[in-house]
Design a protein around this ligand. Structure first.
Ligand SMILES: [Zn+2]
Length: 413
């Protein structure tokens, strides 16, 4: 959710106003706050208790921690680029650093100050375009409220090394307003709301710790098949980060390891691109995005895998977005499309989530692997309830079962 407030409609006024705001901040002429005034108001106001910065190759996240829910507004200044968030009804803990260098190409610096007695102002030095930043609020337990600012390659397409420039929005991304309707309509894979009547529904609570193969039906057609599973991200690349801080790399690994178990129990030979929290490229954290992704393709290609399934978690600036998507290479084979569609549909069936369909894409790993390949976005890590689900053992198990079922169906003639 991007809250944007442009103070004046007249362009010239807006410019002058912007300049004034900037000067006010730059020169540090924020209104003085008298001690009496301050202590009187403080009781009812939110304390800004922390400003945290995290940066990966593709994204910068600035998190402002507040002791209670706050209202905020976002302003954008050009030349130099500044994204300003005014947090209302808030006071700044004096212990917080006023200025933090970020040093990323998406944002170079963040500054924070008490702008007026009731407003804390956060200024991020950033030249990114509108589609490359997002601001949203998030209520939590440990930290009652956070204002989160993301800069850089937002959404799920950042991680696949498609070589996209930062300003290019992926046409596959849902729009904040009407994306859901549209993707539903355009969805070639039909959602199958009918849950399977076997034991899928039993394992929500107090899940038994048996091997899935003993509690699930047999998956025929997998015996002797070579299946490459690629858990997205890893090592220095966390992928998306959920509202409570769960990393995509950890979720994709957990699901993938379960998929491996299920497939092996059905007699398949499973090739994993990684089985722990590491980069796959021998160059490790020094690898470029492409080198890292090529290393994953190399493993599948060298093993002459029958199929390649890359597992990711989606993310979007709107917290509402949810559901599973199967991707296949736009210029790829009909088999890849079928694989994407089957895996996606059975993940939807297992997780009982929204079907976003199977979609064509240009992601590196499905383009450079030489067998039917799909990249499946299991669910949205940016959606609090999907984050919770995919952090639970039952959710991980269901997602894995969905992926494995889809693969098994692919081999059924
Ligand atoms: Zn990902």
């Amino acid at each position: 959710m991007v809250k944007r407030v442009i103070p004046m409609s007249n362009g010239r006024f807006r410019y002058l106003f912007s300049l004034l705001l900037l000067l006010t901040f730059v020169l540090g002429t924020a209104m003085p706050v008298s001690a009496a005034d301050f202590s009187e108001r403080v009781g009812s106001m939110a304390k800004i208790a922390g400003v945290r910065v995290g940066a990966t190759g593709n994204r910068v996240r600035v998190v402002v921690d507040a002791t209670k829910p706050v209202e905020y507004k976002t302003m954008v200044l050009k030349e130099p680029g500044r994204i300003i968030i005014d947090i209302k009804g808030a006071w700044l803990d004096p212990g917080i650093a006023r200025e933090t260098d970020i040093g990323s190409r998406f944002a170079s610096k963040v500054r924070v100050g008490q702008y007026d007695p009731e407003t804390v102002r956060v200024v991020v030095h950033s030249e990114v375009k509108k589609e490359n930043f997002a601001v949203f609020g998030f209520a939590g337990e440990e930290i009652p409220y956070r204002v989160v600012m993301d800069f850089g390659k937002l959404g799920g397409n950042d991680e696949y090394g498609s070589g996209d420039e930062i300003s290019q929005a992926d046409p596959n991304r849902p729009e904040e307003k009407d994306g859901d309707d549209e993707t539903e309509k355009g969805s070639p894979a039909k959602p199958e709301p009918e849950p399977k009547s076997d034991d899928d529904n039993k394992d929500d609570e107090g899940k038994k710790d048996e091997s899935p193969s003993t509690q699930k039906k047999k998956l025929p057609g997998l015996k002797g098949k070579i299946i490459a599973i690629d858990p997205g991200h890893g090592g220095c690349d966390p992928g998306a980060i959920g509202p409570t801080g769960v990393t995509e790399k950890s979720v994709t690994l957990r699901i993938s390891m379960e998929v491996k178990k299920i497939l092996e129990a059905a007699g398949a030979k499973v090739i994993m691109t990684r089985t722990s929290d590491v980069e796959v490229s021998p160059k490790k954290e020094k690898a470029s995005d492409i080198e890292e992704l090529q290393a994953r393709c190399d493993i599948a290609n060298k093993a002459k895998a029958d199929v390649f399934v890359c597992i990711h978690m989606d993310s979007f600036s709107s917290r509402e977005a949810r559901g599973a998507t199967g991707y296949y290479y736009s210029k790829g084979t009909a088999s890849s499309r079928r694989l994407a569609s089957l895996v996606q549909a059975s993940v939807v069936r297992q997780l009982n989530t929204q079907s976003r369909g199977a979609k064509s894409c240009n992601f590196y790993v499905v383009r450079k692997t030489r067998m039917p390949a799909t990249l499946v976005e299991i669910a949205f890590l940016s959606n609090a309830s999907e984050e919770k689900l995919l952090t639970s053992a039952a959710g991980v198990q269901k997602a894995a079962q969905g992926v494995a079922d889809g693969i098994a169906e692919f081999f059924k003639k």
